[in-house]
Design a protein around this ligand. Structure first.
Ligand SMILES: Nc1ncnc2c1ncn2[C@@H]1O[C@H](COP(=O)(O)OP(=O)(O)O)[C@@H](O)[C@H]1O
Ligand SMILES: [Mg+2]
Length: 338
């Protein structure tokens, strides 16, 4: 933690809660371009004084489930504590306590999605490495193994047979989820190798992006994550996708209304929701990202870069509007960012 969370003397602003500078860089630019006052709470570790009150402002939580991969093991726990404190003091939060609970647990996501008629792949949650094989037998092959608390495709393995699973579990490649929960999940085979990620800002549909999966499973759209992509030849020598992320023109889907109800019910204003459609066109939703990132190249190609319909542009405008509504006195004032 680099900041004093109880600096209450400051003028109201937007507070961005996160633990990864690289992902916030485009949001900083979007705030600056719109002259929206903001500050950042980098919540890797620190002190939260419950006897003090938080400052005035709008609080945007974009904590990531994969924080432990950046050596921020307890950042989500600290964020949950901070959100509880902000909630108690009646502060306006975008992506509140329910959002962080869902961010760190796919099981929690799936059970919450089910309430709104959103289908997810058949899944068994397993604690104890020795129990994975039995769970896999119960589900059948092929299957996907992955982490309950993930992001960045952590632990994602496609396993075609019991023998392949046994080899994987005995190898160094197997890694347990940071929360101890491994998911054994039905593999959804898409007729063409892509998934769709549907972006929402302020609870409203923004756009959908098609993500080419022929090169592997690490799918963070942020620029900063692209350098980690595995060499294409390793996974699929034939494929050489030049456009890994492509914004879908005029996307529409019957599930949009269901996803929106799910987001509203779980205090999530900003998220990217991922689904795969199988050969029958049946859609399976399998990941909710409350710290969503956007692919800048795809936005340039779609004519969105720098506008209010780019991902970070939409977020900045939305948060700026919430700030002006909650604190009308700051409207029109010359502002500087922190
Ligand atoms: N059940 C599944 N069937 C097919 N592919 C899957 C399945 N689950 C995950 N994947 C692939 O792995 C990627 C990462 O999985 P995901 O559940 O999104 O985890 P993360 O939270 O780490 O992003 C997905 O985008 C998709 O390409
Ligand atoms: Mg994902």
């Amino acid at each position: 933690m680099r900041q004093d969370l109880t600096a209450t003397s400051r003028a109201p602003r937007v507070y961005v809660i996160h633990e990864n500078d690289a992902w916030v860089e485009p949001l900083r630019a979007a705030f600056a371009a719109r002259n929206i006052p903001f500050a950042e709470w980098f919540l890797d570790q620190g002190v939260l004084d419950l006897t003090q009150a938080p400052p005035s402002g709008i609080f945007y939580n974009r904590m990531s489930a994969s924080s432990h991969t950046r050596d921020h093991r307890y950042a989500p726990e600290l964020t949950a504590a901070v959100l509880a404190w902000l909630t108690r003091h009646g502060r306006r939060i975008v992506n509140g306590e329910r959002a962080i609970a869902l961010e760190v647990s796919k099981v929690a996501q799936y059970e919450a999605l089910a309430k709104f008629g959103v289908e997810t792949p058949a899944t068994l949650a397993v604690v104890g490495k020795d129990n994975i094989a039995a769970a896999a037998r119960r589900l059948g092959f092929p299957l996907i193994l992955k982490h309950n608390r993930a992001g960045k495709g952590l632990g994602v393995q496609l396993l075609l047979s019991e023998q392949a699973l046994a080899e994987h579990l005995a190898s160094d490649v197997f890694e347990p989820s940071i929360d101890g929960i491994t998911l054994v999940q039905r593999y959804i085979k898409a007729p063409q190798p892509f998934i769709t990620r549907v972006e929402f800002v302020g609870g409203k549909f923004l756009y959908a992006v098609r993500v080419d999966t022929s090169a592997g499973f690490e799918l963070c759209p942020a620029d900063a994550c692209q350098i980690d992509a595995p060499p294409l030849a390793e996974v699929c020598p034939a494929a050489a996708p030049s456009d890994k992320f492509q914004i879908v023109r005029d996307f529409d889907h019957p599930l949009i209304a269901n996803w929106q109800k799910f987001l509203a019910a779980n205090d999530i204003g900003i998220a990217g929701i991922e689904f795969i459609a199988d050969e029958h066109g049946r859609a399976y939703t399998y990941d909710v990202n409350t710290n969503t990132n956007y692919n800048p190249e795809a936005e340039v190609k779609d004519g969105r870069a720098g506008t209010d319909v780019s991902g970070m542009g939409a977020i900045a405008s939305h948060l700026g509007a919430l700030l002006r509504r909650a604190y009308p006195e700051i409207a029109g004032r010359e502002t500087v960012s922190a």
